[in-house]
Design a binder for this molecule. Structure first.
Ligand code: ADP
Ligand code: F6P
Length: 321
């Protein structure tokens, strides 16, 4: 297959490093004499035909920028056969020979269906959650984690000044990677993640025990979706007597200039995606396993399960005593 033109889109929640990935896709394609078009606002732009040419100039100085120059969106229509039909027609009308989809598992489902419909797609893991099974690493995770830790360091200052307990909620969708690693990084007194049932009695006992040995301020790290952190802060205050506050870090975790790790990951994965598409290969997800670039059939990738680092969780429990 003579690949002359490819498209690139970002879908689902944005993640720092998406621009670095777009940069790599465009530069790698140009090096192979392949034209690139950007599709704006994920699958919704694809269905509407919001397709614009991307040149080297368009990606100059984007590598260091957070967010995504292509914008992102969630597009329920892509889950319908009518939506997929329109997406395919837009690809054909624009002579798009292959598509790079930067997003999470949901976005890969769309890429799988489109590949099946005859448009070769490559999925690249772009999400702060690090929750994609076929890869050890997702673009955006390192930046989000560092942002969360910087914010929690600030929170620690005021928490300590007032002898308080801060209950901090971080993002992660259904996964506890950000909570666990941010918790370890700021020496949290307790970490609550979806992978382990929450034992409130153990939490209260830990705080009381630490108070007995002179500790007077605490960080309790909570992954989103576990429960109401304001209520938990109230409970901690009632049971332990330590004045408590809840903080939800929220979308600040998704912004900011990507770290070196996210820029390099974006470059490596974007480069590999273009290599695959240029050889007429589609229906693959590209990832990093033990720091080596790998790729899998999309359906296989979606059916994989990720082993949560239980040893790290256990270690965090020991260190927080
Ligand atoms: P993420 O890609 O981060 O997992 P979502 O789950 O929100 O985020 O999915 C992003 C987009 O991918 C959806 O808005 C939709 O356009 C598309 N998508 C998700 N699931 C499917 C599916 N089963 N079939 C086709 N497209 C899907
Ligand atoms: O997947 C990234 C993520 O930020 C999750 O951590 C979070 O659950 C979700 O997206 C938030 O989505 P929205 O931007 O739609 O509020």
């Amino acid at each position: 297959m003579n690949v002359k033109k490819i498209g690139v889109l970002t879908s689902g929640g944005d993640a720092p490093g998406m621009n670095a990935t777009i940069h790599a896709v465009v530069k790698s394609a140009i090096a192979k004499n392949i034209e690139v078009v950007g599709i704006y606002r994920g699958y919704s732009g694809l269905i509407k035909g919001d397709v614009r040419s991307l040149t080297a100039k368009d990606v100059t100085d984007i590598i260091q920028k957070g967010g995504t120059i292509l914008y992102s969106a969630r597009c329920p229509e892509m889950k319908t056969s009518e939506g997929v039909k329109k997406a395919k027609e837009v690809c054909e009308a624009n002579d798009i020979d292959g598509l790079v989809v930067i997003g999470g598992d949901g976005s890969f489902c769309g890429a799988y269906i489109l590949s099946d419909a005859g448009i070769p797609c490559i999925g690249l893991p772009g999400t702060i959650d690090n929750d994609i099974s076929c890869t050890d690493y997702t673009i955006g995770y390192d930046t989000a984690l560092n942002t969360a830790v910087q914010m929690i360091d600030r929170l620690c200052d005021t928490t300590a000044s007032h002898d308080r307990c801060s209950v901090v909620e971080v993002m992660g969708r259904h996964a506890g990677y950000i909570a666990l690693n941010a918790g370890i990084s700021c020496s949290a007194s307790y970490i609550i993640i979806p992978e382990h049932p929450c034992n409130k009695q153990d939490l209260f006992d830990r705080i009381r025990h630490a108070m007995k040995r002179g500790k007077n301020h605490f960080i309790v790290m909570v992954a989103e979706g576990i429960g109401n952190v304001t209520e938990l802060a109230k409970e901690i205050e009632q049971v332990t007597g330590v004045e408590s506050r809840a903080t939800i870090l929220g979308h600040v975790q998704r912004g900011g200039s990507p770290t070196v790790r996210d820029r390099v990951a974006g470059a490596r994965l974007g480069y590999h995606a273009v290599n695959l598409l240029s050889r007429g290969i589609g229906n693959r997800v590209v990832g990093l396993n033990k720091d080596v670039v790998v790729d899998f059939d999309i359906k296989d990738a979606l059916n994989m399960t990720k082993k949560f680092p239980e040893d790290l969780y256990h270690m965090a429990g020991e260190l927080s005593r």
